[in-house]
Design a binder for this molecule. Structure first.
Ligand code: SF4
Length: 369
């Protein structure tokens, strides 16, 4: 069981008011690439034949009655992707028909950020939330980056502004700022280095200092503080999906089935982490299940991840609870197709912010493991 000792030295809250809406999308991509006609979205024998190999991947989690709705979109998206020379980056919280049937690269934020540095395509479609699309844009300023629904935000990203980070630096002069990637480009630009839940501890310790400012997730900060001697000044942000889990509900599940494995994300509160058998980023959670093949497991995170791993490992039984992320769920097959056909919504980050934010993200990506 993971023990959690809270050694965060200070947690500070919002210092200024914060409207943190994404930058308004512009229509330059449409002018550059032009619109494509909407392909047929009819379900017929040809579509069934062309998508049969993809249905094989998801048949344990997508009922056959739903496939005639998804399949025409899957076929159309895969065809339009080629025509646009586009790739789709999909986060582990995307639904199985996106994750297994149209994505070119899947993973957690760190894996997607790394893939974004290697992309050869002209267009990147981010099947995830806005800060992820911004990260892809920061790493590929010359490529067109699209997000199928610009309203796909994140409670962590909207918990802090660039102005907050500047005020934190004034209050704690000389203390470096480690910023979780779940933040806007503007916040990254004010930071020394970014981190993900995969590498947060490594990043904090890489700085060789005895104190860091860690924003914006208070629970990830507590988790990191429990594993290091570095003093952490945390911020009062949280993930609205992971903070809803409780240690009590996990204790009840374990009481009903002592053999169940409980695997939690470090954005969860400390009592949830204390009640779990393993804590790690979404990529590490998936690796844990692949390696240990538990008979029954609870993935204490967003619901679609269990579906995506279930499709790959049908012999493992995934037990609820899980919570849906309303922002991730804004991304759907119809919106991805619309995004590719009409080149929307284009993600725009101004050059000065891109330059500064890229330094913080690349410092993380190229950190020696
Ligand atoms: S799951 Fe939480 S951290 Fe991830 S996008 Fe949703 S609100 Fe943000």
């Amino acid at each position: 069981m993971s023990a959690v000792e809270t050694s965060v030295v200070e947690t500070v809250g919002p210092l200024v008011a914060r409207p943190s809406a994404p930058l308004p999308a512009r229509r330059t991509a449409l002018r550059k690439f032009g619109a494509l006609p909407t392909p047929s979205l009819e379900w017929n024998a040809e579509v069934e034949r062309d998508t049969a190999h993809l249905y094989e991947r998801v048949k344990t989690v997508v009922p056959s009655i739903e496939w005639p709705f998804f399949a025409p979109y899957v076929r159309a998206i895969n065809a339009v992707k080629k025509e646009r020379n586009a790739v789709i980056l999909a986060h582990n919280y995307q639904t199985p028909e996106i994750y297994h049937c149209v994505a070119d690269f899947v993973g957690d934020s760190l894996q997607l950020a790394r893939e974004a540095t290697k992309v050869k395509a002209d267009v990147i479609v981010q099947a995830g939330v806005h800060f992820m699309a911004e990260t892809a844009k920061i790493l590929n300023p010359d490529k067109t980056v699209l997000i199928p629904d610009v309203r796909a935000g994140c409670s962590l990203a909207s918990a802090i502004t660039g102005e907050d980070v500047r005020l934190l630096r004034e209050r704690f002069p000389g203390v470096p700022v480690v910023t979780y990637v779940n933040t806007s480009a503007v916040v990254k630009a004010e930071s020394d280095i970014t981190c993900t839940s995969s590498n947060a501890l490594q990043v904090v310790e890489s700085l060789g200092v005895d104190k860091v400012i860690f924003v914006p997730d208070q629970y990830l900060a507590k988790y990191v503080a429990s594993q290091t001697k570095v003093k952490i000044i945390a911020w009062k942000g949280s993930c609205e999906v992971h903070e809803r889990f409780t240690g009590d509900e996990l204790a009840m599940i374990r009481a009903n089935d002592p053999s169940v494995q409980i695997v939690a994300h470090p954005e969860c509160p400390p009592d949830v982490i204390a009640a779990s058998d393993f804590t790690g980023s979404t990529a590490h959670m998936i690796d844990y299940v692949r390696k240990h093949r538990p008979k029954r497991v609870v993935l204490v995170t967003e619901c679609s991840m269990a579906d995506n791993v279930q499709a790959e490992l049908p012999d493992v039984q995934f037990t609820r609870p899980c919570n849906l992320c309303p922002h991730m769920k804004r991304i759907t097959l119809p919106k991805i197709l619309d995004s590719l056909l009409h080149m929307k919504e284009e993600v725009v980050v101004d050059p000065a912010t891109t330059e500064k934010a890229r330094r913080a993200v690349e410092r993380m990506i190229y950190l020696k493991s």
